[in-house]
Design a protein around this ligand. Structure first.
Ligand code: FUB
Length: 462
């Protein structure tokens, strides 16, 4: 089982209801906490998002997830946080890992919250289910034990990521799974008992994990995370989808609906709210974010006339920041011939300061002050940079200091109101300043005596 955990990590793979607090607008839905693995539900005139919470420390290399949170919106743009509404401790038979979940309304009008959670019994992850009388709960364990575990016949190699769908005739279906092992089963009207055997759906190409099922105009849709080289960089996921005319398939693969994001994992929820379709997902885009410090966000989703989905444009949502580095041309005072300057703007979220798996900028054997610069063909408004330092434990060490400058039309000058230019290892060091409008932004890096310096990723944010 430890091999599976390692794989999951690689792939990145106080339960009292908090007072409702307005969260920042749309994307990410909040920056008060890190959130992941969204599920969406419309009840009345409200869109509810159910998420996990990432609590890993900066530079952490595994998931730390203890509870599930609820957010709501009446306009699809600004979200109100309702705090943790369910936790691992809500399930007396479980002990850790509050992973992906989804809420479905039962025929009895109650709300069933299906969760991935680590049981205390044999095996690893299980699917549990809690129930509450409203979308905000309170929720309690509905079964007293797992609905799906490793001992369920024909269960997935990793029993996580439930998606529950109720068809027009009232029949309820659950899909779940990871490690390429998609599974499905019918549920009885009680919502907590399987209604027949677990089946292995066919035709879902490159399925990795995170299924999300829905229906539109009589066609069934299954969106899911895939990680094949046809859609994402190594260790990253994209979102593919398939359609079917029967809720248990066979499925026909239709393509990629969401490209790779800035976190290695990717997790979809697709829903119509007040006439607009949305793709809800997570990335590493919040300040200090990373593969284990993710943030839920959403973007509009549009349909083609033939019922296929257009690829979602990742705007980072209304009011969200964009990483302008992605469209910049980088240059530098010096780069070692074996290093890659372009690595600083490839969108990768490193797992630590020694993680040069996606290339690194390094200036060995230079010492003293060197610089990295971004240039744009038209002026950009920039107010924050996030810097992930490279440290190879050889000639490249963390810098002694750094300074952000911009081109004011005739010279490089320090950006105004600059917060500390951090040099911490294993994290994105966030430096904020009064917004500048410029075609060139520069990071001056001063080495410690006897060392050179390097950068794994340098984000420039609007
Ligand atoms: O958040 C933990 C796991 O990572 C989820 O269950 C997967 O979908 C992936 O996002």
């Amino acid at each position: 089982m430890s091999r599976l955990r390692a794989l999951a990590a690689l792939f990145a793979v106080a339960l009292l209801p908090a007072l409702a607090a307005p969260a920042s607008a749309a994307a990410p839905i909040t920056t008060s906490i890190y959130t992941a693995d969204p599920a969406a539900l419309v009840a009345g005139d409200t869109l509810y998002l159910y998420t996990g919470r990432d609590e890993a420390q900066a530079g952490g290399t595994n998931f730390v997830m203890r509870d599930w949170h609820v957010f709501s919106s009446t306009d699809g743009t600004s979200f109100t946080g309702h705090g943790a509404r369910l936790s691992v401790s809500s399930f007396p038979w479980a002990g850790a890992d509050a992973w992906a979940s989804e809420v479905e309304r039962g025929a009895d009008g109650r709300y069933y919250w299906y969760v991935s959670v680590n049981g205390n019994g044999p095996g690893w992850m299980n699917i549990g289910v809690a129930v509450g009388d409203s979308p905000l709960g309170p929720f309690t364990d509905a079964k007293g034990g797992p609905l799906i575990s490793d001992s369920t016949p024909n269960s997935s190699p990793l029993n996580i990521d439930p998606t529950v769908f109720t068809d027009d005739d009232g029949q309820v279906y659950m899909y779940w799974g990871s490690y390429y092992g998609l599974r499905a089963a019918k549920l009885r009207p009680d919502m907590v008992t399987l209604d027949g055997p677990v089946v292995t759906p066919q035709g879902v190409s490159n399925f990795w994990e995170a299924p999300w099922m829905f229906k539109r105009n009589g066609t069934y849709y299954l969106a899911y995370a895939a990680n094949d080289s046809g859609c994402s960089a190594p260790n990253y996921a994209c979102i593919r989808y398939a359609t079917a005319s029967n809720p248990l398939g066979p499925w026909t693969h239709r393509g990629v609906v969401l490209d790779q994001v800035s976190s290695t994992t990717n997790h979809p929820a697709i829903i119509e709210f007040k006439g607009q379709w949305y793709m809800v997902y997570h990335n590493a885009g919040a300040p200090g974010g990373g593969n284990f410090r993710r943030s839920v966000t959403l973007d509009k989703l549009y349909w083609n006339a033939d019922g296929t989905m257009q690829k979602v444009v990742q705007t980072t949502g209304p009011g969200g920041s964009q990483n302008l580095a992605l469209s910049a041309t980088p240059s530098t005072s010096y780069v070692s011939p074996w290093e890659t300057l372009g690595a600083v703007k490839d969108g990768y979220a490193p797992t630590g300061s020694a993680d040069h798996s996606h290339g690194a900028y390094g200036n060995w054997p230079q010492q003293g002050t060197q610089w990295v610069e971004y240039q744009w063909p038209t002026a950009q408004s920039v107010s924050r940079v996030e810097t992930y330092w490279f440290d190879d434990d050889l000639g490249i060490d963390l810098p002694a200091s750094c300074q952000v400058q911009y081109w004011n039309g005739s010279a490089y000058v320090n950006v105004p109101g600059q917060s500390a230019c951090g040099v911490a290892p294993h994290t994105f060091n966030v430096t904020t300043f009064n917004a500048v409008t410029t075609t060139r932004l520069r990071l001056n890096i001063t080495s410690k005596s006897g060392y050179s310096t390097g950068v794994l990723e340098w984000r420039a944010l609007s």
